[in-house]
Each structure stands twice: as structure tokens, then as C-alpha cells.
Design a protein around this ligand. Structure first.
Ligand code: PCA
Length: 218
């Protein structure tokens, strides 16, 4: 039985709901060959990172995907890279408002996701699902959580050719059903986004089991 950890966020800014939490709710916790632990993170740089570390220690998953909302995007967008920078346009939900501060003062400038993001997105697109690779998770809380995840993975010993823990972050558009989002804004139905995330999880697990740890699209 495979163990997957999926996280989403509370609402933030002026939004009363977060599409990532609506999508997470729709995803089944148990599938044929895997158990999915679902957790909500606060939209706070420090407490969010702390909560993620705690969930990793509690769940000991082999695949972690953190979901977040990026209002204005058109597709479900797995992120390729996390940067060591916290630079916020608005304060987080605890009132912390970083101005070009590192996530980890001793950490590298950036981390790539160690999952085959491009290959999995290509597979999703072949299925007709609304997915695209993103090369920037921004510099707000989502990027901080993604950077923290990859930093923790880097500290986890792994002797095998295929790392023991794969991590990625997926930004989602606003949801069509989301309260407070006007109809002229770009949005996707929750069910469609949930199906796309489920496909990405399945495809990542399939590749991980086969030891296919490369970015080739075929
Ligand atoms: N999106 C924000 C933080 C929480 C969320 O869902 C971001 O993109 O950083």
C-alpha cells in the first residue's frame, strides 16, 4: 500500500474560499493501491512550514503534493522550481510580511521538484486534462512551502537510485463553484481539477514504482 500526503490551504487575502481546499475535499482518501492523507495548511510562512514538517514526520509518505491556489491561472500547474525567497505582496494570515528574506538562510538558491513534472504533465495533456508546467511558484507562502518540502527531502537519507520521497507543488486556478469569485474570472470546475490531480498522483506513483525518474515525455 502506497502512502501519499496531499495538502491544501486555508483561504487568504480577500478570498473567502481556497480552490485547493475545495479540490482536496473531492479527492478520495483511499484508492486501490494507496492511502492518501489529506491535510490543510495555514497560509502562514512560518506556521505553514512547521505544520508541513510535522505532517511529514507523522505520515512518512513516499509522495507529497502540496496544492495551492493561483487565481488567474488557466490550467492545473505542477511547479518545476522553488526559490529561496519570501517576498510578499500582502501579509500572510498571521500578519507576517517578508521583504526579500530567505526561506532557509543556509539553503541553496533554488530546488527543482524531484518528481518527473514535465513527463507527468505531458501524460495528463495526452488524456485531455487541463495541465501545464509552471516555472514559478511565486515568492509567497506556496513557494515557501514548496521550498521547505524540497529542503526536507534533501535532508532525508535515500540510498536508492530512485529517491524515497518525491515532492511537488501544484498551483490551481480559481474554482468555478468558488464563493466570491466573479463569473468573468478564469476558473475550472472542482471535479475537473480533482480528476487532474488524481491522474498526476497515479502517474507519479506508477513512474516511481517503475523507477522512471527522468523528465522524458515518452
Ligand atoms: N496560494 C498562495 C498561498 C496560499 C495559496 O493557496 C500562494 O500562491 O502563495
Amino acid at each position: 500500500m502506497h502512502k501519499v500526503l496531499l495538502t491544501a490551504f486555508e483561504p487568504f487575502g480577500t478570498d473567502v474560499e481556497n480552490s485547493s481546499a475545495l479540490v482536496l475535499e473531492q479527492i478520495k482518501s483511499r484508492r486501490e493501491d494507496c492511502v492518501i492523507a489529506k491535510r490543510i495548511l495555514p497560509v502562514e510562512f512560518r506556521a505553514g512550514a512547521e505544520a508541513l514538517r510535522r505532517f511529514l514526520a507523522e505520515e512518512r509518505p513516499e509522495l507529497v503534493i502540496c496544492l495551492g491556489q493561483a487565481g488567474g491561472r488557466l490550467f492545473v500547474t505542477p511547479e518545476r522550481v522553488a526559490v529561496n525567497c519570501m517576498d510578499a505582496r500582502i501579509p500572510d494570515n498571521a500578519g507576517f510580511w517578508p521583504d526579500e528574506e530567505p526561506v532557509e538562510p543556509q539553503g541553496p538558491a533554488a530546488y527543482f521538484s524531484n518528481a518527473p513534472v514535465k513527463a507527468v504533465v505531458a501524460a495528463a495533456v495526452r488524456e485531455g486534462l487541463p495541465a501545464a508546467v509552471s516555472d514559478s511558484a511565486g515568492t509567497y507562502v506556496c513557494n515557501c512551502i514548496f521550498y521547505t518540502l524540497m529542503h526536507e527531502i534533501g535532508r532525508t537519507p535515500s540510498n536508492e537510485a530512485v529517491p524515497a520521497l518525491w515532492g511537488d507543488f501544484i498551483h490551481l486556478p480559481w474554482a468555478s463553484e468558488q464563493k466570491g469569485i466573479s463569473k468573468d474570472k478564469p476558473a475550472l470546475p472542482v471535479r475537473k481539477m480533482a480528476r487532474t490531480v488524481e491522474f498526476i498522483v497515479e502517474e507519479m506513483l506508477r513512474r516511481k514504482n517503475q523507477g522512471k525518474w527522468d523528465q522524458k515525455t515518452v
